[in-house]
Ligand binder design. Structure first.
Ligand SMILES: Cc1cc2nc3c(=O)[nH]c(=O)nc-3n(C[C@H](O)[C@H](O)[C@H](O)COP(=O)(O)O)c2cc1C
Length: 325
């Protein structure tokens, strides 16, 4: 798939997810076949004011792999400056968040609230496009609309493309839906139809297995698919998708040994890359993700969330995963 001058050989994206898609998580997904990963959304105000909590999340993918940085805000100058911070960090793509439904974001009139202000949304894209080097695409991720009476994704996407957006990702839910109900594939199809064929459209929402992937592609005609919650503790989904796209047999669910190895790899990456004060929290999350649907998983997770001591936590985790039969 081609996003302006950026080639993405495997059009399967890991969705940006706050407090999830940090560098360890992205790396594990990339190593299992994700075609492209993007940071979680980063506040342009936070980045440009030098807030350490925000700046530290501008993490380049390992081994020189291409990656994207997602930013949010409503002031085009601040957004442009934040975008340049991503570029300086090595980003191959700048994505603008116009889909976040969270109260604290929409109350600041950012995220999905911008779907009610297409002219301002266009200004933001133009402002960012004007400063980012020409070879780096500026893209937008948005929702189906604000609510079911305002499903303006096709017109909104067209306006963004006119302003310079090189790719549109649509999460097929409205802001009012939050994460409830089901993603509406018909709206994504209409976005695909509304845009020139040179602008890739990425379909997003509820793709958790190969059938869901095929449905997303077939119903919407989208050029790429973005996977969010379906990747939690399941990086093997990317392996299956890569095999499908390469015309190979689906390697299927991981063996227990593969699960152990992925957990160990994830925890090692946390140890090497996460801020020390985050280690316990991040290891706990990894424990929860990789133990989902496994024997005695609930009891293990209960124990893990009571443990504050990192060595004790790691010992318990390795004992659990090593003991899985
Ligand atoms: C925990 C969590 C955090 C999220 N954070 C972001 C974010 O930072 N930026 C963004 O564009 N979307 C964010 N999303 C939305 C996802 O990118 C995606 O659009 C949504 O989860 C639907 O895809 P899925 O059904 O494959 O999970 C988040 C979703 C979850 C569950």
């Amino acid at each position: 798939m081609q996003i302006a001058s950026l080639g993405v050989p495997v059009p399967v994206f890991l969705a940006p997810m706050a407090a999830v898609t940090d560098l360890p998580f992205r790396t594990v997904c990339e190593e299992h076949g994700a075609g492209f990963t993007i940071t979680e959304f980063l506040s342009a105000d936070g980045l440009t004011s030098g807030a350490e909590a925000m700046v530290s999340k501008l993490e380049a993918s390992l081994d020189g792999r291409a990656f994207g940085v997602q930013i949010f805000g409503r002031d085009s100058h601040t957004m442009a400056r934040a975008a340049m911070m991503g570029v300086e960090r090595g980003a191959s793509l700048i994505d603008i968040n116009m889909g976040c439904p969270a109260k604290k974001v929409v109350q600041g009139w950012c995220g999905s609230a911008l779907m009610k202000e297409p002219a301002l949304a266009q200004d933001i894209v133009r402002g960012v496009r004007a400063v980012v080097p020409a070879h780096i695409p500026v893209t937008v991720k948005h929702r189906a609309g604000w609510d079911e009476r305002h499903l303006n994704a096709p017109e909104f996407a067209s306006a963004l493309v006119e302003a310079g957006a090189a790719m549109i990702t649509v999460h097929g839910r409205t802001r009012a839906q939050g994460f409830s109900g089901q993603a509406d594939l018909e709206v994504i199809r209409r976005v695909r139809q509304a845009l020139p064929s040179t602008i890739p459209v990425v379909g997003n929402g509820d793709v958790v297995d190969l059938d869901g992937y095929r449905r997303m592609r077939d119903v919407t005609g989208c050029d790429g698919v973005m996977i969010g919650r379906g990747a939690l503790g399941n990086p093997w989904f990317f392996r299956s998708l890569r095999a499908l796209l390469g015309g190979e047999r689906d390697p299927g669910a991981p063996s227990l040994e593969e699960r152990r190895q992925a957990f160990r790899r994830h925890v090692t990456l946390i140890g090497n890359l996460a801020q020390p004060k985050r280690h316990v929290t991040e290891v706990r999350k990894a424990c929860a993700w990789y133990s989902r649907n496994q024997a005695n998983g609930a009891a293990f997770r209960n124990a893990v969330f009571k443990t504050k001591d990192l060595p004790v936590l790691l010992e318990a985790a390795h004992t659990y995963f090593d003991g899985l039969r």
